[in-house]
Design a protein around this ligand. Structure first.
Ligand code: ZN
Length: 234
């Protein structure tokens, strides 16, 4: 085997180790996303409940303004009644007074209903707040374990990367470039020996002339059957 090929195979060993580490790191993402989703569900409900309180509080303020306005109408109708000068005027004033009292009652009922909803919502918010705290506390250990795991894998990747780069320096640039193009697409073993007259990955036969030139120069040739890079073995 040509020494350049030998050096390239050493780089490939490191690359395969790196793929495994990268896959391990990527496998943490769905676990973190699952935690996020669980927490986000409760946090979203809490946000919506808090927003509902704000809008009900604004409706309650408006309802109170209507109560005050209706009470002012009662006061005015009362004064009207006290200053009547004829039975006819007295009847009209009583009708007016009773009508405005009914309006006060109605607007007060309205306001109380809104206040009732606000109380329910506040209760709901308190429940959701403790549910959120519960989720966060329960997740804390898992999250910190995942974080530790992530940092440790990232450290291993950095180390493996440095080792790989060091070995890659010994491989001629054109060979490395050819290899990188294939491996980045495959993300798995991508350099194979010839087995007899064929590709050892897929058994496609390689023409005699190409095999002879591979053996003479140590050059890598791409298999037309499966796209891996082939070298003359032994
Ligand atoms: Zn092949």
């Amino acid at each position: 085997m040509h020494p350049d090929v030998q050096r390239l195979l050493a780089v490939q060993v490191d690359d395969i180790e790196l793929y495994a580490l990268e896959d391990k790191l990527a496998s943490l993402s769905p676990r973190i996303a699952a935690l996020e989703k669980e927490r986000g569900k409760v946090a979203g409900q809490l946000d919506r409940a808090r927003t509902s309180i704000l809008s009900e509080e604004s409706r309650h303020r408006e309802a109170q303004l209507r109560v005050d306005a209706n009470k002012a109408l009662v006061t005015r109708a009362q004064r009207q009644y006290e200053s009547v000068t004829s039975p006819k005027e007295a009847n009209a004033a009583i009708v007016q007074l009773e009508q405005s009292k009914r309006m006060v009652d109605e607007s007060e009922r309205d306001s109380q209903q809104i206040q009732g909803r606000i109380n329910e919502l506040r209760h709901h918010v308190a429940e959701l707040e403790s549910a959120l705290t519960e989720v966060e506390n329960r997740q804390a250990t898992t999250r910190s374990e995942l974080d530790t795991e992530r940092k440790s894998i990232e450290g291993e990747i950095a180390k493996a990367q440095a080792k790989r780069e060091e070995k890659a320096k010994a491989v001629p640039r054109p060979m490395l470039t050819k290899y990188d193009r294939v491996r980045l697409r495959k993300r798995t073993e991508s350099v194979f020996p010839l087995r007899g007259a064929s590709c050892s990955a897929c058994d496609t036969a390689i023409p005699t002339q190409r095999r002879a030139s591979m053996a003479a120069t140590g050059a890598l040739e791409m298999c037309e059957g499966c796209g891996v890079l082939l070298y003359a073995g032994e």
